[in-house]
Design a protein around this ligand. Sequence first.
Ligand code: ATP
Ligand code: MG
Length: 583
Amino acid sequence: MAMDDKTGNHSAEGAAAPAEPGLDFIREIVTGDLSAGRVREVVTRFPPEPNGYLHIGHAKAICLNFGIAQEFGGRCHLRFDDTNPAKEEQEYIDAIERDVRWLGFDWGQHLYFASDYFDRLYDWAIDLIKAGKAYVDDQSQEEMRANRGTLTEPGRPSPYRDRSVEENLDLFARMKAGEFPDGARVLRAKIDMASGNINMRDPALYRIKHAHHPRTGTAWKIYPSYDFAHGQSDAIEGITHSICTLEFEDHRPLYDWFIANLSVPSTPHQYEMARLNITHTVLSKRVLTELVRGGHVSGWDDPRMPTIAGFRRRGVPPEAIRDFIKRVGVSKANSQVDAVMFDFSVREALNKNAQRRMAVLKPLKVVIENYPEGQVEELEAVNHPDDEAAGSRQIKFTRELYIEHDDFMEVPEKKFFRMAPGREVRLRYAYFITCKEVIKNAAGEVVELRCTYDPASKGGNSPDGRKVKATIHWVSAEHAIPAEVRIYNPLFLDPNPSSDAATFATGINPQSLEVIADARLEPSLAEAKVETPFQFERQGYFCRDKDSTPDRLVFTRTIGLRDTYAKDVAKDTRESPRQNAKA
Ligand code: ATP
Ligand code: MG
């Protein structure tokens, strides 16, 4: 458990075991501001830069900002920080809006863009120049970097630092008019080249960029820096609690300097929290962009991506993400959350809501020799064991079936209780069957089982109290529909994958996608909708993928029933008579 340094609150950040957090330090501050009357209405914002899709780290910021607004009766703005046209695209703006909505949040009328404030920001820059607090610097990027100093050495003032106000105004106007090429000049704040905080050593306010902006087109040839735009955008919108991640803590004195030196309409205060980090997961937008651009994944919504769009396509419900974020909590200590914790929230949500179906991933044919040829029996199967309202459906039983290949062993291991020569098992919802003969192909592989059934065991009930040690799932060979099933494994096997854009690719798991080409599904799954999860009994949770065509169904595994690390343990419980009695 991480201990918050400000309030002594405990939060679950970094803990592997799920926990319900209490009031986090930000909510405590909000509570205090409201009760002391320092703030009348809480106004927060989520400020994404539209240069990529949202990921699970953003979900933390979204749940926090929108959550606080909801809980305290305030409002939360969605503001695009669109100050860098080189990397920003309309596709990302649309995707971000879709993803925030899907997560369950609503900004109402409060959709804003930093680019809406370009005129005002420009005027404020002029005000700074006129006050002798900003100047145009002609140094190259390299010179500026070399003169910035280090943590232990002060910076060197630019030779252009003492330009007259008139000259600065003239040059800045010409920068705006597009007279100079990219990088030729920048507008800098004139603060303190000897400051112990490097952010205060005359930071850049405006850069020349001849680029097309998704919203302002080619109207602007200069763009404000993130630092210059961010706090002032908050001030314009009347943000009361401006929440960001810890790496911006050192920028706060600069933001406060802008607010103190400009005639802004309000004075927001910034609070910093820890970024969300998860094992086996890279949350660097640069790396995620590279994964897409380099073709390592199929797109931003590839089910292996830690993006909201990827989770949605994989069948993860939004409530699972919200639940996970709640368990993670909010703290000021950077740490890493175990991916197992995310899986826990996903399984919990799916177990509650996903309807059950039967599907055979690796089919093995079973012929019931004493079952009449051509006969079709309708059997009743429940849709959810804990939810009667979910109802039931009819499934068809026939002489030829498919069972899971893994549910048969010709020479069973010690703890293997499922199908084997001479053994009797229960077919879920159907009958007891006994394996009489094993048929192999020329290569010696098992291709078919010849079985008999006990007509007195209809519904899977023992006719005379005799017990079977396993219940297995099945589908009717004639009625089942073929499908491709995609099993996604972690994209990175290393718990701490590199987020270096140059080297991350070496850590990609070559087995991150397993394609099962010929699974057989219960017919009702033909009508499944994309993103609607189902539990394939004994296999895990799956949903129809958008790659499905009228001729070919594709299902994606959302998650297995249990943690794969615990697989061996799971096998034992799966076959225990107690479990089967329930099934
Ligand atoms: P970059 O700025 O490098 O493009 P970013 O991840 O900061 O990447 P933004 O679009 O600026 O992306 O992020 C929007 C908001 O989401 C910011 O307030 C940021 O602090 C927050 N955020 C981003 N990543 C995380 C994370 N891993 N954990 C918590 N909050 C995050
Ligand atoms: Mg950012």
